[in-house]
Design a protein around this ligand. Structure first.
Ligand SMILES: *Cc1c(COP(=O)(O)O)cnc(C)c1O
Length: 491
């Protein structure tokens, strides 16, 4: 601290005292004039608050507004605090608290099946079925023919078998649960043989070795990261082997000097040893997606032809709700159904209804791309997306303001959720970069977009904010959300 001459210090102190005295004279009446909670409660706004949120919440929010006013006054912010003003503040606070944190948003990240944004969007047929199941009693575990108890899986077993060629099928909470349950059933307390090249981690702390351990299986790693041979599996087989596990390395690729044992060859090895082969497909798909212009991803039917059990997700490429499917040999599925863990991992009626409706859409592959939103988004052409961007560009430029340069760009969308990790889909979008403003300007813009009532989420890349429009279906909704962008927050 700089030392000032004594006289200056005294003069400053005197001036400060004087200023504080003036402030004091103005704060006192401000504090005295603050209305009471009861007075605020008499406003129409407060009456509406009581109606909407209940008296306790309304009173508590008004008290907070009064407390904030007192703090503001004491720190010298001398604005008027009328009853109406305080009631409005209480309303703002309660409305903010009332807003769902599970907000619907515009996914312009370019990742279609974004795990953090909820993966697949459901088909209207699935939404209707789920809503009906929510509103009504349903024949969940009830056989309408005999009037006796039925099984949850009855609703999806036959269609899953039709679509995959499997003998039997069951459904659980998600694919992680499917893997856990299948491994526990086949290899609890026994060996599970897996290639070192397939010990994957997918996001969210799902690591194959950990899941195997939690399933009670003894992990027996064979081969190396890049090469595993049939003889590696054969040497590891023992009387206490419970399962040979094959994992689709869904989110990465090993390239170069590599070797893996095909599902067909593994099936022969497993059959010779009389050990079941289980294949975790991860995403899995019920149809050959090359007909929609996507790369080849192994179908469940292909896997079922070799493995005794196949597991895959409901909300990845399949385009349904979160679920995990286990399909395969009847005796193995029956063993799974007898496992007490099954009960802890089962799905509820809402999802079961959505799953059944989604699977039924696959009966008519010709119309699938128009009815299944995930597939529709994946199959959108770059030309179609670019047309949309051209319609939206001018309004977007206006909304973000003169501090930013906005231009059309070509970009690459990703499928996401580990499906087809190297495949990208040519797409189009808007690239926004800072024309003038500080280094934080772009982050502030991204934050302001996230703060919207219906947030817009893009991705930041090379000092630009990229909005990939592949997943934008509600163009008007996007524009009206964007028009509410708070440009004062960008300064
Ligand atoms: C995604 C994935 C899982 C987990 O599936 P969830 O449905 O997310 O639980 C398991 N194995 C593989 C290979 C995967 O790709």
């Amino acid at each position: 601290m700089a030392v000032l001459p004594a006289g200056t210090q005294r003069r400053c102190a005197a001036r400060r005292f004087c200023f504080e005295a003036v402030l004091e004279r103005r704060i006192e009446p401000g504090l005295r004039n603050l209305p009471s909670v009861d007075a605020v409660l008499k406003t129409n706004t407060a009456a509406m608050l009581v109606e909407r949120f209940g008296r306790n919440a309304a009173v508590s929010a008004i008290r907070t507004a009064l407390k904030d006013a007192r703090i503001a006054l004491k720190s010298g912010i001398l604005s008027a605090h009328t009853t109406e003003h305080l009631a409005q503040q209480a309303l703002a606070k309660l409305s903010e608290e009332d807003r769902s944190s599970l907000r619907t948003l515009f996914n312009l990240t370019g990742t279609v099946l974004h795990t953090n944004l909820g993966r697949a969007l459901l088909a209207e047929e699935a939404i209707t079925a789920a809503t009906e199941a929510m509103r009504n009693a349903v024949a969940l575990e009830f056989d309408l023919t005999s009037g006796k108890r039925g099984e949850r899986d009855d609703h999806v077993r036959s269609i899953l078998c039709d679509l995959t060629g499997a003998e039997d099928a069951t459904v659980v909470n998600n694919n992680a649960a499917a893997v856990l349950l299948a491994l526990n059933t086949l290899a609890g307390g026994r060996d599970a043989i897996v290639s070192r090249g397939e010990l994957i981690e997918i996001g969210g702390a799902f690591r194959m070795p950990d899941i195997m351990m939690r399933a009670g299986a003894r992990l027996v790693e064979v081969g190396t990261t890049n090469r595993t041979h049939a003889s590696d599996y054969e040497r590891a087989l023992k009387p206490e082997t419970g399962v040979i596990l094959k994992v689709h390395t869904s989110n990465y690729c090993i390239m170069g000097f590599t070797a893996e044992v095909s599902a067909g060859d593994l099936a022969a090895i497993a059959a010779d040893a009389n050990v079941p082969l289980m294949h975790d497909l991860g995403s899995g798909t019920l149809l050959d997606l090359t007909r929609f212009g996507l790369e080849k991803e192994p179908t469940v039917r292909d896997a079922v032809a070799h493995a005794g059990l196949v597991t895959f997700s409901g909300d990845k490429l399949l385009g349904g709700p979160q679920a995990g499917f286990i399909v395969g040999k009847r005796s193995l599925i029956q063993a799974i159904n007898r496992n007490p863990m099954k009960r802890a991992l089962r799905v509820d009626k809402i999802r079961l209804a959505a799953i059944e409706a989604t699977l039924k859409l696959y009966r008519n592959p010709e119309r699938l791309a128009e009815r299944l939103p995930t597939l529709k988004l994946l199959a959108r052409t770059q030309a179609d997306i670019r047309d949309q961007v051209e319609r939206i560009l001018a309004r977007t430029t206006d909304c973000v303001g003169a501090a930013f340069a906005v231009e059309i760009c070509d970009c690459q969308s990703q499928i996401g959720s580990g499906a087809l990790p190297l495949a990208t889909l040519p797409s189009a979008g808007i690239r926004i970069h800072v024309k003038h403003g500080g280094g934080q300007a772009l982050e502030k813009l991204a934050a302001a977009m996230r703060a919207l009532d219906r947030p817009i989420v893009g991705r930041i890349e090379d000092n630009s904010l990229i909005l990939d429009f592949r997943c934008l279906t509600d163009e008007a909704g996007f524009l009206s959300a964007l028009s509410l962008l708070d440009r004062s927050a960008l300064a």
